[in-house]
Design a protein around this ligand. Structure first.
Ligand code: 13P
Ligand code: SF4
Length: 338
């Protein structure tokens, strides 16, 4: 079988089938065997290109199983990807995720080549706020520190005192030792953090276009349909959804919850691919799947990763003046840790 994308010369030969058989085992529970001949030639050639380029692939937990389990070297939530980007000695980093994640990797590795396989992989939260907005907020709240979610552009990070992710937001806010902070731009994450700390949280009106679509009524509907359902939600969800859930945490914390607690039946209230990725490795948990896709995460495909490694494009660059200030905010966050 011939692959018909940009990598047209790649074929599913007996050699490719044999070389990728152990990789297919990792995803056999979630990728039908009839689809493997489409993925396998790309998976095999991406492995070759990674060796030739001394490249690594960092993949977010929302990437599809053929990326997450078959070509990624490091997988995780946005905090883990930032932490792991610091200690790589690869020459090339391919960020299988969205643009702000690739920018963060570039901030931490200014001398390395950082690639994003699709430059249009954006984020509704990153688009919800500009550096001018942050400057105006600072003028309205003089002396109040600005904590910015990593789901922002480098230019916004440059106007910020410290970054955070959903995995360490409460810890970052409390690390500042102040009684109020500006917490930007996710209104729902801000509301969630406010339930976990005494620090007063002043928020912005950004939303994640994926998580804002979940509702408490939907969760109730699933609870009525499935006995003993454990519901775990990402804190970008509306407060009524988090209130209806049994646990809230970053994507990595949600995965850890399922790995360690092994609920009989779980509903992960987040992007679709998360359940696929966990289901590929765990066979004693039943996943109930409401499906909201992130259209930005889904721009990244094996074909585009392959092309990116072949051409070493598109590269992520950050203006050096912006980068220095943005890097400080990210490094302060990394010093706080998870
Ligand atoms: P995590 O940091 O929890 O992986 O979240 C990133 C994200 O974009 C969720 O929508
Ligand atoms: Fe942004 Fe939401 Fe997509 Fe995460 S899921 S990258 S917050 S749009």
């Amino acid at each position: 079988m011939m692959y018909s994308g940009s990598a047209a010369a790649l074929a599913y030969t007996p050699e490719v089938a044999e070389a990728t058989a152990p990789i297919f085992e990792r995803v056999a529970r979630v990728i039908p065997s009839i689809e493997w001949p489409i993925h396998a030639p790309l998976v095999a050639d991406i492995q070759r290109l990674k060796r030739e380029r001394n490249a690594i692939i960092l993949a977010h937990n929302y990437q599809t199983p053929e990326i997450y389990h078959c070509v990624a070297d490091i997988v995780g939530d946005s905090l883990a990807l930032a932490q792991r980007a610091v200690d790589t000695d690869a020459d090339v980093i391919v960020l299988a995720g969205v643009h702000f994640m690739a920018e963060t990797a570039k901030l931490l590795n200014p001398d390395k080549t950082v690639l994003i396989p699709d430059q249009d992989a954006g984020c509704s939260l990153a688009d919800s706020i500009t550096p001018e907005d942050v400057r105006a907020l600072r003028a309205s709240y003089p002396g109040v520190p600005v904590v910015t979610y990593v789901n922002t552009s480098a230019a916004v990070k440059a106007e910020t005192d410290i970054c955070c992710t959903s995995g360490n937001a409460v810890k970052v806010v409390e690390s500042l030792g102040v009684d109020r902070v500006l917490f930007l731009p996710d209104e729902y994450l801000a509301k969630y953090v406010a339930t976990q700390t005494k620090v007063k949280i002043i928020s912005w009106h950004g939303h994640c276009e994926v998580h804002e679509r979940f509702s408490a009524a939907e969760i109730q509907h699933y609870r009525e349909g499935f006995d003993n359902l454990v519901v775990i939600a990402h804190p970008e969800c509306p407060p009524e959804v988090i209130a209806a859930a049994d646990f809230a945490g970053s994507t990595a914390q949600m995965i850890d919850y399922v790995r360690s607690k092994r609920p009989r039946r779980v509903l992960m209230v987040t992007e679709c691919s998360m359940s696929d990725n966990v289901a590929a490795e765990i066979d004693d948990v039943e996943f109930v799947r409401p499906c909201n896709l992130c259209p930005h995460m889904k721009r990244i495909t094996l074909d585009k990763i392959h092309r990116s490694l072949e051409t070493l494009e598109p590269r992520v660059e950050v203006d050096p003046g912006v980068a220095e200030r943005a890097r400080r905010s990210v490094e302060r966050m990394l010093a706080v840790g998870r």
